[in-house]
Design a protein around this ligand. Structure first.
Ligand SMILES: [Zn+2]
Length: 236
């Protein structure tokens, strides 16, 4: 079984690529290499197109199964065919911005002693137990926008499980505990000196690309759970 080389891990700005079909079936193909991000880690799948022999097929979804990445299509392509892939860039960039913002906000709330993070998505972060108040929220909002202004770099590197420090992220800790021991190398994403976590997702290259916050809102729930809702400028 041939593996699919995940091109998006080394270059999250790669939109176009050439590859070969190494496996095919009704309305799906596996490629030897791909820039299509498969769904996972809270980030949804890319969409886009594959061109093959003068035909353009839609990629509706990409899914990782073991070492292979399946592309679900609106038609069939036979094994051995050379294809040209194009990622729907508007969609991907929006997800990269929101996902990178999620990391940066997590780091900033950790620095405020926001408490263990128990949930996060493209629009909210939950901390529990948490003592975040409106003053802390305001500080994080101002800090976020000044880091965007500063255009701090987003860098990727690999580390061993022993060297890992994931701070106060309860979700990541339980995820790590469930990870098989054979997984020794972890992919880390660092946003300037403000956020650090392990992640296999796609990220923007610097904070200016994330853009400023449109809103940051706090809601108190039972049992000291605090929910932070966020929205970015220029994201629908
Ligand atoms: Zn990430």
């Amino acid at each position: 079984m041939s593996d699919s080389v995940p091109l998006y891990l080394d270059d999250s700005y790669l939109r176009d690529f050439d590859a070969a079909v190494v496996r095919s079936g009704p309305r799906f193909v596996v490629l030897d290499a791909t820039a299509f991000y498969p769904e996972g880690g809270g980030q949804p799948s890319d969409a886009g197109t594959l061109e093959a022999g003068g035909r353009t097929l839609k990629v509706l979804k990409a899914v990782k199964r073991g070492p292979q990445i399946f592309h679900y299509l609106d038609g069939d392509i036979t094994e051995g065919t050379r294809v040209h892939g194009s990622v729907d860039w508007g969609r991907r960039l929006t997800y990269m911005r929101l996902h990178s913002a999620e990391h940066l906000l997590t780091g900033l709330f950790e620095a405020e002693g926001g408490g263990p993070k128990v949930f996060s998505s493209f629009s909210q972060l939950d901390f529990q137990p948490s003592s975040i108040d409106e003053a802390a929220l305001k500080r994080v909002h101002d800090r976020f926008d000044s880091i965007v202004e500063e255009d701090a770099p987003v860098t990727i590197y690999y580390t061993s499980r022993e060297e890992l420090d994931i701070g106060d992220d309860a979700r990541k800790r339980s995820f790590l505990e469930k990870m098989p021991p054979r997984v020794q190398q972890l992919r880390m994403v660092r946003i300037g000196g403000y956020a650090l976590t392990f992640c296999v997702g796609t990220h923007v290259r610097s904070t200016a690309e994330i853009g400023r916050l449109r809103s940051l809102r706090l809601e108190a729930k039972k049992k000291q759970r605090m929910i932070v809702y966020f929205e970015l400028d220029n994201v629908k």
